[in-house]
Design a protein around this ligand. Structure first.
Ligand code: BGC
Length: 367
């Protein structure tokens, strides 16, 4: 195995539609602190599609290509002699972002990187996980219990949501804050996982998205106890009217990937509200806003806008714990999110969004 070749889905960052299946070298396990992981499945997300659009992403230094994929799930096959806490056979999920030497990174908070020289596996400067095997170090690998192995590929997207919510609550420690209404914009995997997280914490939650009310996504949101509003029927601006005493939503998680919606989302907060932005939007989008009205409402209403990227190891751990919670509260719901499974050879189909897609996964091997 070591020293041989393996299949991987690779792209040439900056070049549109460059994703392809390639034979790449399988590096031997050389370091005593290294772990070799056999990939089971990898989730596909909007960021992968943007990288394939040529709008985002960066190959590792000296490499003409980038192995795609950052939503990993695999099984340890070999560990270096100094590795503790991981054994062959363990299910693992890998962290995406890797530290530079900034004070925050040195403090274990590479999600809060100050200098911006971080790398991200499958996204920026470091190969990802859409390959038969990958090598990593134990500090970036989290063990997933067998009970959540079938949905372990959702740990990374859920960790994004865990961090977003943690950040929103951190920001709101500026006052006595008892949120009563939550709005999730977008019913993709991030939006749906956000709805589950908010509902599991007992918050009445509305999910608003472009898709129709009769859709798999709407059904998933409703089955998690959220109200689903189709923006094809109800304009965004009408939502706050229904939101209660603060004249808008106390907490908004924005996850549409549409920067136009992001601008509108800021106007949907209630007094003392917070909006947490999670969409990574490449390219450009000129939108017109009434800046005076928006500014006035943010100032007079003490409103907070928080951007949140990636996840800290504690958010990854929390995500693993919450997957188990979701499974017990809504048995089978998470499994329904894995709506399409494709082999590596069909990576192209995986990157092309279909109407009923929720989370598409590339299947590399058996659990
Ligand atoms: C990934 C994050 C990453 C972000 C920006 C998202 O799709 O889930 O891990 O930090 O893109 O690159």
């Amino acid at each position: 195995m070591a020293g041989s070749m393996m299949q991987a889905v690779v792209v040439t960052p900056g070049i549109k539609d460059s994703a392809r299946l390639a034979e790449v070298p399988l590096e031997p396990l050389s370091g005593p602190g290294d772990v070799l992981v056999r990939t089971v499945r990898v989730g596909v997300c909007g960021t992968d599609a943007e990288i394939n659009e040529g709008l985002y992403g960066e190959a590792p230094k000296g490499s003409p290509f980038l192995i795609l994929g950052h939503e990993s799930f695999g099984r340890v096959t070999q560990v270096g002699r100094d590795v503790r806490g991981l054994l062959p056979g363990d299910f693992v999920v890998a962290m995406v972002r890797r530290p530079d030497g900034c004070p925050n990174c040195l403090n274990g908070e590479q999600d809060m990187c100050l200098w911006g020289r971080y790398t991200e596996r499958g996204i920026r400067g470091m190969h990802g996980f859409m390959a038969e095997y990958f090598i990593d170090q134990p500090q970036y690998l989290l063990k997933a219990p067998p009970a959540v192995a079938h949905v372990g590929v959702l740990v990374e997207p859920l960790s994004v949501v865990e961090k977003a919510l943690r950040q929103a609550f951190e920001a709101q420690r500026r006052m006595l804050w008892r949120p009563r209404t939550a709005l999730v914009l977008g019913a993709g995997p991030i939006g749906l996982l956000a709805a589950m997280l908010l509902r599991s914490q007992g918050l009445p939650t509305c999910v608003a998205s472009r898709g129709p009310t009769a859709s798999a996504r709407a059904q998933l949101a409703q089955d998690a106890g959220a109200r689903y509003v189709s923006l094809a029927e109800t304009p965004l601006a009408e939502l706050p009217r229904r939101a209660g005493e603060t004249g808008g939503f106390d907490l908004i998680i924005e996850a549409t990937g549409d920067s136009g919606v992001v601008m509108q989302a800021m106007g949907l907060m209630g007094t003392n509200g917070v909006v947490c932005l999670t969409s990574v939007t490449g390219g450009h989008n000129d939108v017109q806003v009434d800046a005076s009205v928006l500014n006035q409402s943010i100032v007079l209403g003490n409103k907070a806008i928080v951007g949140s990227v990636n996840a800290n190891v504690r958010d990854m751990r929390q995500a693993i714990a919450d997957l188990a919670v979701f499974e017990s509260v809504w048995p089978g719901l998470l499994g329904r999110m894995l709506s399409r499974r494709v082999p590596p050879a069909d990576f192209g189909a995986a990157l092309r969004r279909q109407p009923d897609d929720v989370k598409v996964v590339v299947e590399f091997g058996p659990e």
